[in-house]
Design a protein around this ligand. Structure first.
Ligand code: 5GP
Ligand code: MN
Ligand code: MN
Length: 313
């Protein structure tokens, strides 16, 4: 299948690269990673993401400015990255031919070709394997994208998905021109004061239950308005709540336009992707999410989740 995917790429002239809405480092890094290589091959390439504006903290990714939210007129081949279900691509219609490259265990195999590697640490690591299997040279611009996606999806090489292959991949990307300290500084040393102010407010709402194994944290629209925080500023709150010593599962509830967005993170053994799927979302064993549409009562959602979580912690 690694060879088959490259054959399809070679055949196509107009290629559309896409990733999930509200992109993270893996989504954006993955969809941008093939851009320099495909351009070098003489292809017409569009890098699409339905979300606008894109997260500012990823603006250092090479060709970030090429990402558009307008679809091209003509497409022979669409490749989606890091997206577990078709609805999270933000497309109105099914593309004529779609290759689905991902590492979500919950992936629904919505493509004409599906390459899903749930044991890979990031979708970008799957791309790396495709390039290696086809003896493709990796330019520095591509390497930076693949590496950044690897860093963000592994929590800086901390998660269970990290193994010898991940470090070998990272080492090779450094040989291809990545400066790890540059990527780290871009990702982690450009923090926003509004984000810290939001953290301060959110941490006040932390509620522990199940003998401390479960922790909830809340983010309301009011908190965001008072602190001037943006949605991106909420991204890592749930991770720092999981870091509390007794916690196995941390859950953030965020008030959104459509309802309450939940983000679940587990530490050692709880499979939170199952709970997210039960509520119409998805994700990985240790990181998953969903939106409870039309529901704005935090207490109600917490009670519901407590029942689910009691069973698995
Ligand atoms: P987060 O909590 O950071 O939004 O998401 C954690 C993980 O769960 C990510 O891998 C993300 O792709 C997945 N995820 C989050 N929300 C949803 C959702 O509504 N639907 C699906 N299918 N996956 C989600
Ligand atoms: Mn992602
Ligand atoms: Mn990913």
């Amino acid at each position: 299948i690694y060879k088959q995917i490259w054959d399809e790429i070679k055949k196509a002239d107009n290629i559309l690269l896409i990733a999930h809405i509200n992109p993270d480092g893996d989504a954006l890094g993955s969809e941008l990673s093939l851009y320099p290589i495909l351009k070098r091959m003489g292809k017409k390439v569009t890098v699409f993401n339905a979300t606008k504006p894109l997260p500012e903290y990823l603006d250092f990714l090479p060709n970030f400015d090429k990402v558009t939210n307008k679809l091209p007129k003509k497409t022979d081949l669409t490749i989606s990255f890091d997206c577990g279900s078709f609805d999270r691509l933000g497309l109105e219609e099914k593309p004529s031919f779609l290759i689905n490259i991902d590492h979500h265990i919950s992936n629904t195999n919505y493509g004409d070709i599906n390459l899903i590697e749930p044991n890979h640490a990031s979708t970008s690591q799957v791309i790396y394997d495709i390039l290696k299997a086809n003896n493709i040279d990796i330019p520095a611009d591509t390497a930076v994208c693949i590496y950044t996606a690897l860093v963000t999806d592994t929590g800086s090489f901390q998660y269970e998905s990290v193994n010898d292959k991940v470090f070998e991949c990272a080492a090779d990307l450094v040989r291809c021109g990545v400066k790890p300290d540059f990527v780290s500084k871009m990702l982690f040393q450009r923090d926003r004061l509004s984000r810290l102010r939001l953290l301060a407010k959110a941490y006040e709402t932390i509620e522990m239950c199940c003998e401390g194994k479960v922790a909830f944290v809340e983010v309301t629209k009011e908190m965001m308005e008072i602190t001037g925080a943006i949605k991106d500023d909420t991204d890592t709150i749930v991770n720092s709540v999981r870091a509390l010593a007794p916690v196995e599962v941390a859950c953030m509830l965020r008030e959104d336009d459509e309802g309450i967005k939940i983000s679940l993170r587990s530490k050692n053994y709880a499979d939170v992707s199952k709970i997210a799927q039960k509520h119409g979302g998805g994700g990985h064993i240790r990181a998953a999410g969903a939106t409870i549409k039309g529901e704005f009562d935090f207490e109600k959602v917490k009670e519901m989740l407590k029942k689910d979580l009691k069973e698995i912690v």
